[in-house]
Design a protein around this ligand. Structure first.
Ligand code: PXL
Length: 255
């Protein structure tokens, strides 16, 4: 069985982070391994608190796994601290892990920082180890300094991130005006993935970036080409979001 490792934060509400990644790996028939960068206290709507793990502990989690399992793809999500990012860069330099999908997580949808100061630079330091980097518009702006808000600037940002050393870049257009378009640059050419805007509360879309990057990692772990991995991950994500929309609202428990 092919194996994918997620290095990300834990989301006890299950919609994002490690919990969502493992669910997606499983849905693709890929064995999931996980290394937790940070604990969070959240209810699916708001992140109430974040408790990062030390970079020493994070490395321990990963090196113990690498001794036992061969890892076909890696997904990186929330890092918690810049220190964790720096430690991962040193590890990738030493171990030469392949098929790294870097989801550049800086903050929750509600605006809570999911990485400390200096985090943006640490994330940038991981770009050269990535097969593919998957920023949204805001993250692409923070990484490149370009005001990314339309197709033209998405292409420009993809080229800039590619020149930082990633083999490929997927800029997610979920925050565009009108119908969303994701822009993939594979180092040679652009592909455009058009979608229809789904309606719903923020809760419905909690963890979409996590699930997309996990789906891409699962596809790469299975040996699929990049474009197919992106297409399959998008399709699976849309199916999950559609299902979420029809599920009756969870019963509230008064505490
Ligand atoms: O969607 C970004 C994200 C990633 N990882 C964890 C999160 C969130 C958003 O809340 O909680 C653990």
């Amino acid at each position: 069985m092919r194996t994918a490792l997620t290095i990300a934060g834990a989301d006890p509400s299950g919609g994002a982070g490690i919990q969502a990644d493992l669910m997606v790996f499983e849905s693709f028939g890929v064995k999931g391994l996980s290394a937790i960068t940070a604990l969070t206290a959240q209810d699916g709507k708001r992140v109430h608190a974040v408790e990062p793990v030390s970079s020493e502990f994070l490395l321990k989690e990963i090196t113990v796994l690498l001794k036992k399992f061969s890892v076909d793809a890696v997904k990186i999500g929330m890092l918690g601290t810049g220190q964790n990012g720096l430690a991962l860069a040193r590890l990738f330099k030493r171990t030469g892990l392949n098929n790294i999908v870097l989801d550049t997580v800086f903050a929750s949808t509600g605006g809570r920082p999911l990485i400390d100061e200096g985090g943006v630079d640490a994330v940038k330091g991981l770009i050269k180890y990535a097969y593919i980097v998957t920023p949204n518009l805001g993250e692409a702006s923070m990484i490149t300094g370009i005001d990314v808000r339309d197709l033209r600037s998405m292409e420009e940002a993809a080229l800039a991130i590619h020149s930082m050393g990633a083999r490929a870049v997927l800029i997610k257009g979920g925050h565009l005006e009108g119908n969303p378009v994701d822009v993939l640059f594979d180092g040679k050419r652009f592909d455009y993935f058009k979608g229809r805007r789904l309606k719903g509360t923020k809760e419905r879309f909690h963890g979409t970036g996590c699930m997309l990057s996990a789906g891409i990692a699962a596809g790469l772990a299975k040996g699929n080409g990049l474009k197919k991995a992106v297409e399959d991950a998008r399709e699976r994500l849309i199916a999950i979001l559609k299902k979420r929309g029809t599920r009756k609202a969870a019963r509230k428990i008064e505490l």
